[in-house]
Design a protein around this ligand. Structure first.
Ligand SMILES: CC(C)(COP(=O)(O)OP(=O)(O)OC[C@H]1O[C@@H](n2cnc3c(N)ncnc32)[C@H](O)[C@@H]1OP(=O)(O)O)[C@@H](O)C(=O)NCCC(=O)NCCS
Length: 194
């Protein structure tokens, strides 16, 4: 059996080691990493899978911004799912699906409306990702367009949207725009301690 729990700072070295095993040391050359440079993952959406207290799976989400082609352009906050990885020795036991279901439920709970990723449709369609809502989106680098997928946590959030995906700069864009319910919690917390 395995358990899925929030990632703690102490988990970071094991997460990095697992990602190196799963994707190879060149993983940071992938296009998705251009969206992560200088931007941290959403802490509340970082989960790990543990089996007998050993870290065997990881999922994180990065905040991103879709700048629409429409005039005037809109900046739509969204999340990018990934990286997700599972210990190769434990593949096929539902750990990956468990990580995604936990992460996506938490993202929805925080008010996220759009999640995108680059990956295999046959795997990610099991949790609702598809190509159609992502068809107007563009990554900042080479990506097979068929692998750019999206999930609307708020139905229709990507209807008619086209434009490039970019980094979510700065604390405000990250915390406030992408996850309104978390931002609300923080604002009311600040008010209550002011
Ligand atoms: C992809 C990954 C996270 C899946 O984790 P997992 O715990 O093995 O997945 P689950 O046990 O939840 O699901 C297994 C099922 O998904 C299928 N599956 C796994 N990867 C798949 C893929 N890339 N494409 C299609 N189906 C896939 C398996 O065949 C299996 O199917 P079954 O239920 O019909 O037997 C894991 O294989 C991994 O770490 N891969 C290396 C890193 C990686 O590629 N990450 C994703 C980047 S896009």
């Amino acid at each position: 059996m395995f358990e899925i729990v929030p990632q703690t700072p102490e988990d970071a070295p094991a997460v990095d080691a697992l990602l190196d095993v799963a994707f190879g040391p060149d993983r940071m050359k992938k296009t998705a990493y251009r969206l992560r440079e200088g931007v941290g993952p959403v802490g509340e959406l970082s989960f790990v899978a543990k089996k007998d207290s050993v870290l065997v799976g990881t999922i994180r989400f990065w905040p991103i911004i879709i700048k629409t082609d429409a005039k005037p352009a809109r900046r739509i906050p969204a999340l990018m799912l990934g990286p997700i990885a599972v210990d190769p020795a434990l593949k096929g036991q539902g750990i990956g699906m468990g990580l995604m279901r936990t992460g996506l439920a938490a993202a929805k709970g925080l008010g996220a409306q759009i999640v995108v990723l680059v990956g295999d449709l046959d795997y990610y369609n099991r949790v609702g990702f598809s190509r159609a809502p992502a068809v107007g989106l563009r990554m900042p680098g080479p990506v097979d367009p068929e692998r750019l997928l999206a999930l609307e946590l708020e139905p229709g959030a990507l209807t008619g949207v086209s434009g490039p995906i970019g980094r979510a700069w700065g604390h405000k864009a990250r915390k406030v725009a992408a996850l309104p319910k978390m931002a609300e919690t923080r604002r009311s917390h600040r008010r209550s301690i002011a």
